[in-house]
Design a protein. Structure first.
Length: 147
């Protein structure tokens, strides 16, 4: 004897067909100097699981070949915000002071980059974040051109 609702059709849509699957994500786990886990971050946007695995393999290889002092400097830099980094970076760019180039760079940083990305930590600025920023800038430019 079978139960009335035992057929798969009576169960409703399966989770496989109800929603489109999300793209695979590569999950990275970082460790502190003592070897304990300290941060976990997910990177999304990989088309296939193989691409996500390839990214994790690449990160693992980089970690194994990076000197501890370099890794510490990267961690420290990664905790800075975009705004903090730009304030430290700009004075070191002496060659940008010719003509009005330095003023133009300062203006672009203060008007476009800092309001949109300034509070973001550098280690969270991924290629996808940059792509969205550029798309937003292009859209804003197109809107101004049509006025």
């Amino acid at each position: 004897m079978t139960w009335p609702d035992s057929s798969p059709a009576a169960w409703g849509p399966s989770s496989r067909t109800a929603a489109a699957p999300s793209p695979p994500a590569a999950l990275t786990r970082n460790r502190s100097a003592s070897g304990t886990p300290c941060e976990q971050r997910e990177e999304s946007g990989y088309g296939t699981q193989d691409e996500a695995i390839e990214r994790l393999t690449q990160l693992y290889a980089e970690k194994k070949t990076t000197a501890p002092s370099v890794a510490a400097a990267r961690r420290e830099l990664g905790q800075q915000t975009v705004e903090e980094c730009s304030k430290q970076w700009r004075p070191r760019q002496r060659n940008l002071t010719d003509c009005s180039t330095g003023w133009h760079v300062d203006s672009s940083i203060n008007v476009h980059i800092v309001p949109r990305l300034g509070s973001r930590k550098l280690n969270s600025v991924t290629p996808m974040v940059v792509e969205r920023f550029l798309d937003e800038m292009e859209t804003a430019g197109s809107a101004e051109e049509t006025r």
